[in-house]
Design a protein around this ligand. Sequence first.
Ligand SMILES: Cc1cc2nc3c(=O)[nH]c(=O)nc-3n(C[C@H](O)[C@H](O)[C@H](O)COP(=O)(O)OP(=O)(O)OC[C@H]3O[C@@H](n4cnc5c(N)ncnc54)[C@H](O)[C@@H]3O)c2cc1C
Length: 381
Amino acid sequence: MTARCDLAIVGAGFAGLVAARRAAERGLDVLVLDRKAEPGRPVHTTGILTAEAASLLPDLPPALLAAVPGIRLYAPNRRFVDLAAPGYGFFATDTPNLLRWLAAAAAGAGARLAWDRRVTAARRTADGIALDDGAGGVSARYVLGADGARSAVAEAFGLGRNRRFLVGLEAEYEGLGGVDGAALHCFLHRRIAPGYIGWAVPGTGGIVQLGLAARRAEPPALDAFVRHASGVFDFAKARIVARRSGLIPVGGRVRPAGAARVLLIGDAAGAVSPLTAGGIFPALEAAPRAADAIADFLSGRAPDPAFTLPATYPRYRTKALLRRALDLGPPDWLVDATLGTRPAQALARLVYFHTKGLKRRDGWRALAAPTQPLRDTPRRP
Ligand SMILES: Cc1cc2nc3c(=O)[nH]c(=O)nc-3n(C[C@H](O)[C@H](O)[C@H](O)COP(=O)(O)OP(=O)(O)OC[C@H]3O[C@@H](n4cnc5c(N)ncnc54)[C@H](O)[C@@H]3O)c2cc1C
């Protein structure tokens, strides 16, 4: 039997679940559809929250977060520099349980969540929009496409599509030794991670997430990165317990990101920093605004946000330019030679500790921080 609702949200990721909670709190009858069998499984993200992103989830249980104050940035020759900014930091997350918690919060607010529902087609009907979901179908007054980098909603309604991607691959390790828990470990290496970086994230519960992303034309070589990282970390007792992978859209905002009674948010709308590949903050930030605007529209108090809200999504103009520079990528020898210099470290601070969310004074102080000497990683047998 066809399910009816005010708002059908396709995708139970960060964007979809936060929007579902807010829309249900606003009194809408909300139905969330996801192709996954359960929330947070499998996970397709490293799940690092910036300080700004974490502040958007104030009631998140602390056990789901591990604070990581700084960045350890490695040159291709594995010499490194430690970077930090006053008042700023990152959080590694227990991402599967974070998504379960977001799902429970949405359900607690009254949203209905339907798993194992892949939306394959959609069309307009006399009284709204019909979705094919592999079950009895859904009839909705409004559809929010929160279905990620390759949005079926965007395809069904002829909306803008993501065209440029990085591919990310990650392994979760137990027993990986020598990983300083006070830093996100970021590895510059053009040959191993062209267009992006490799990383090691000291996560929650003693897990270390080790991964890399690279331009789509050059699939990332996790084995080569593990060999590289074995000059820094101790893999003697390391055991892989899970793997994650996914596409990261880095082409910027898609156009159009909406049509009558259909709106895209999050990765589906291309709202991901082309430079850092961070998309959780923009998803969390846009989701309640989209839910509020849809509730206002459906109650006749405001025009359809599909034609106005996308203009408020980040444009990433400067970051898109820097992305092109990264795609070309400086040669590894140049990074080895320059990472110890003031301009290189100022650029790194700008990328990792952008001034947004900091008091401007603190932000500039961070950028003007003294240059750190490059340090050698301890030799491993
Ligand atoms: C390897 C990797 C690491 C990353 N690390 C970080 C990071 O550390 N920090 C950060 O800020 N960003 C990171 N990102 C980006 C970040 O994960 C995304 O920007 C973020 O998840 C976007 O949230 P979303 O809700 O828009 O989409 P998603 O989280 O992608 O959620 C989309 C949901 O839609 C569902 N879906 C898709 N198609 C359909 C369909 N046809 N029918 C029904 N359901 C469907 C999917 O199952 C999924 O649950 C990373 C991305 C990757 C790939």
